[in-house]
Design a protein. Sequence first.
Length: 335
Amino acid sequence: MHAHPEAHWIYNWCGVENMFTAYGPDHTRLRKLVAPAFTARRTQEMQPAVDRITGELLDALGTRAPGEVVDLREQFAHPLPMRVICELFGLDEAERTDVAALINTFVDTSLPPEVAGQVLANGRETLARLVARKREHLGEDLTSALIEARDGGDRLNETELVDTLILVLGAGHETTVNLIGNAVVALLDNPDQLALVLDGTVPWSQVVEETLRWAPSLAHLPLRFATEDIPVADVVIGAGEPILATFGAVGWDPEFHGPRAHLFDVTRAPSRHLAFGHGVHRCIGAPLARAEALTALPRFFEAFPEVALAKDQARAPFPSFIAHGHQAPKAVLRP
């Protein structure tokens, strides 16, 4: 570990005060304050923005020349949820640059500590200024809703406010990026599966859930800590010891998903997965992530019916211990 732990990438996940790091009564308190800001109504209100941003990105892709190779992550899967989050937060143009850098840093576990630490510091300052600005002029955005959140006489303090926004950025962006990217690549790798979706045999919602099972957006999410001794098979995890769950392994477990668990199959009956967590820590932003994917995927394949993955590309995973996605999936939109 670095001499200054706040400069290490893992500090972004463990050294913050929000629902992700809270436990028991502390978690219950924060969830009660934050959850009302993530209502079904807010997701519905964001749909026009999701539609508009998706259309703008597809229009930009449509200007590419026939045969030109494009990076699907950089040009589509990544900017869509980033722009949605910026609108969700009520960010102005000047604030979006620092927030974009913070988003990119959260899941890149290859960054040197000095870089990760500086970007986190810059992001905190930007979000603190955002909170101060919104206090003066409350709006209909998520930041304003969190400022106004109350449970009796209880409210989020300044640190909890900023760290909750950081949680939404860290967990809410990359999950959607990889959900969209992993689904597109899986469908292009399996044209028979894509055909079933395009002819209406299988709904897009089933594609989304199968992608979340087969290629969840997060591989690991640090960290949990045992609150008591936990026996697992022949091992005892001692109280206080760190626990790292491997979310990607769950969806491939043949005991839960059968002998073909390792295969991408959009006809599979919907089954359980941990892509959005479980229990009291289940992601409250999951409906928005699903809404973005259910908008982006059908419109992408409608806009580019001849799309194909670029030949002879060296596939590489995104350089992250946390994220589970493609670093730069290349495709040709039209021959």
